[in-house]
Each structure stands twice: as C-alpha cells, then as structure tokens.
Write a protein that binds this ligand. Sequence first.
Ligand code: GAR
Length: 215
Amino acid sequence: MSRIVILISGRGSNMQAIVDARIAAAEVVAVISNRADAAGLAFARERGIETRVVDHRSFATRAAFDVALADEIDAFAPDLVVLAGFMRVLTDAFVLHYRNRLLNVHPSLLPAFSGLDTHRRALEAGVRVHGATVHLVTPQLDAGPIVAQAVVPVLPGDDPGTLAARVLREEHRLYPQVVRWFVEGRVDIDPQGIVQVRGAACRESTMCVPQLDVG
Ligand code: GAR
C-alpha cells in the first residue's frame, strides 16, 4: 500500500478528486494545510483522514516553516507527497528531501504561464488552448519534469472564472490518473528530466483534446 500525504491551502478540490478516485493500493494517510481555515480540511476529516495544520505565520523564516512542515509530513512516512493547491513557495532543502516523490498541479500548460494568475494571463496573451500540468517539483518554481498535461480550448467570451472552471475539471481527471501511475510504479524519469509513463494510452496522458471540436 502506497502512503500519500496531500498538502492544501484552500478549497482542496483536487485533493477530493484524488481521495474519491479510490486508487487501488494507495491510501491518503494525511491532509496537511498551512491554513487552519482551508475548506478542504473538513472534507478530509469527514472521510476519516488525519489532518494537520502548520501555520506558516507562526514561523520567522521560510526555512523554519519548511522544517516543521517536513516533520509533520514525515511522521506519516509517505511514499508520495502531493501538492494540491498548496500556495507556498518551498525551500530547496524541502524540495530535495522529497526528490522524485513530490508532485504539483499547476493551472497552465507549462512552461507557459508559471507563477500566479495563470488564467487571466492566458486570456491576455490570446492563446487558443490552455490547461493544466502535473509535474515533479524541483527547486526551480513550476519547472520540474512534466508527467502529464490536460488541454482545454479558450472560447470566445471566456473570462478568468470560466476558463479556470474548464481547466479545473481537467485537473480533477488528470491528477488522480498521475497519482495512480506513481502508485503503480509506471513513471520513469530520465537524466534529462523527461518523463515516460509505461503503458499509458494517449487518452490517459491527455494530449488528446476531447473538447476541441467546438465548431
Ligand atoms: C488549482 O487550480 C491548482 O491548479 C492551483 O490552485 C487550484 C487549487 O484548487 N494551483 C496553483 O496555482 C499552484 N501554483 P483546489 O484547492 O480546489 O484543488
């Protein structure tokens, strides 16, 4: 059984999607938030999942917060740590501690639109497709090896809210799939940081674009 710890800062809908996917041979052993008011904590508690809060405001430095956070995580002896809307920049030491077992979902087709406010920036850039990326976390922000991406069209009349909602639906499909691949031991990362997923069909690795036939 693979042990998974999920980190959230807010709503936690990606965390919920992973829990609800009931991935065989995987157990979400804890949900940890840097904010006590993160809405997703209630869902985790209802499901009988252990929760913890490590409030970043209680620490003088980023490094001190990351040490305390890692202590909480490591108490659950996770095989995989999943960032699901965890809105903190992590120190290099933290990231390297979880090398090749720390995943993030980012709401853009990386390497485009790393950082914040991705949907507004995509609209302002006039891109025709947008989406989400699940990647391994490395010290460089939003730049780790890409495991899978989901693509959505940008439609006339979109605003950041409508576009975010379309992307989020795909995140909920994509992230559990990637977690499943990890648990199944099917993810290989070559020395250049290119990821191969053994036996993944195109429809799973999502560069098929189901919603693009929109006329
Ligand atoms: C998701 O859209 C995720 O891609 C994004 O925050 C949202 C969290 O939603 N993450 C980032 O922007 C990370 N830089 P959720 O709490 O409902 O899963």
